[in-house]
Design a protein around this ligand. Structure first.
Ligand code: FMN
Length: 343
């Protein structure tokens, strides 16, 4: 694939870090980024993370083996620090010598990053503020993923445009930063690379690839959806803190509202603890996403999607997606150069 020389140069840091040709990460997506998609992205020159955090350990082990059957390229496994199996997963990934471990959910302890690194893995952590980014760097994280609230799935509160200024500009010279949330075009890729990103992480666009095995109903809804349809869920009461989830509005969104009200009542009457309530919320999401992405129930399941869903209406092979991103980014850089030369 022909890549513009400027882009090629800007991609070097991310490429060296990830050990792939194009520093474009297919983010971990529960039920979506399974071995077939992960290996397809890695074989096409990108990088992908297996969504491992919610899987039982034996399934996780099988999935890693399946990826290794299909590719000899490096890949990552995403761990959810608040998942019940988290610590045993961390140990398992060390035994399996996973090359890249990504900590998601909440923020890992220093000791947990050290365990991951002691196994030889490179570590990536999410950072939602500058102080968290600095803490993760201090704890030994090798790279940062900066995800804006435009993204699909569980999200933070701040848009990527602000995080770029708050975090990317501050730490870009210290550590590779991969930016995520709402990125769907080569034009945008070019601009964030010019800002100093080492690469990007995309989710929604990879859902819409031929190699993605999500149910065709799920893909068909994505084809028609507008950016404004991908809404974030509210938290009704601080007694039950819930992480917001961005998904296309449907009956599943209403079901989540009802679940929160039920759990709040149970909390008030001490029928359940806050931890149990939060576990029930997370179990709800895993089940609801499965219902839509695997079973195809797009009315009642969860249609997790980024606002970037409004920028995608086609299903393409992974290689074509990477080629499109590279070509469009190259064109954009050409335009930027022309504009600068006119100044
Ligand atoms: C269906 C879906 C499921 C997701 N599941 C996870 C997950 O399990 N773990 C995680 O860290 N991020 C998850 N994400 C976030 C993606 O990895 C990625 O960062 C995000 O989609 C980027 O925003 P974009 O969709 O606008 O490209 C999910 C996103 C989607 C769309």
């Amino acid at each position: 694939m022909k890549v513009s020389p400027e882009l090629d140069k800007m991609m070097q840091k991310g490429r060296d870090f990830l050990g792939c040709e194009y520093p474009i990460i297919c983010g971990a997506m529960t039920w979506v980024s399974e071995p077939n998609l992960v290996s397809a992205v890695c074989n096409a020159g990108g990088f992908a993370s297996l969504a491992g955090g919610n899987a039982p350990a034996d399934i996780l082990k099988q999935q890693v083996a399946a990826i290794r059957e299909m590719t000899d390229k490096p890949f990552g496994v995403n761990l959810i620090t608040i998942a019940p199996n988290y610590r045993s997963h961390l140990e398992l990934l060390g035994e399996l010598k996973i090359p890249y471990i990504i900590f998601a959910g909440s923020f890992p302890k220093k000791e947990e990053i050290e365990i991951a690194k002691a196994s030889g893995a490179k570590v990536m952590c999410f950072a939602s503020t500058l102080s968290i980014a600095k803490r993760m760097i201090r704890f030994g994280s090798d790279a940062i993923i900066l995800e804006g609230s435009e993204a699909g799935g569980h999200i933070g509160h701040v848009a990527l445009s602000v995080l770029l200024q708050q975090v990317l500009f501050e730490v870009r010279d210290q550590i590779p930063v991969f930016v995520a949330g709402g990125i769907a075009t080569g034009k945008m890729l070019a601009h964030v690379m010019l800002m100093g990103a080492a690469g990007v992480q995309l989710g929604t666009r990879f859902v819409m690839t031929e190699e993605s095995r999500v149910h065709e109903n799920f893909k068909n809804v994505f084809k028609r959806a507008n950016a404004r349809d991908a809404v974030s869920t509210p938290q009704y009461d601080s007694k039950l803190p819930v992480v917001a989830v961005r998904a296309l509005r449907n009956k599943g969104t209403d079901a989540f509202g009802k679940l929160q009200l039920k759990l709040l009542k149970q909390l008030e009457t001490d029928e359940i603890s806050r931890e149990e309530a939060q576990n029930e919320v997370e179990t709800f999401w895993i089940g609801a996403l499965r219902q839509a992405a695997v079973d195809g129930d797009v009315e009642r399941g969860s249609l997790m999607a980024g606002q970037s869903v409004g920028l995608v209406d086609q299903i393409v092979p992974v290689s074509a997606l990477l080629q499109e991103l590279m070509e469009d980014a190259g064109e954009e850089i050409k335009l930027i150069k022309e504009k600068i030369n006119c100044l």
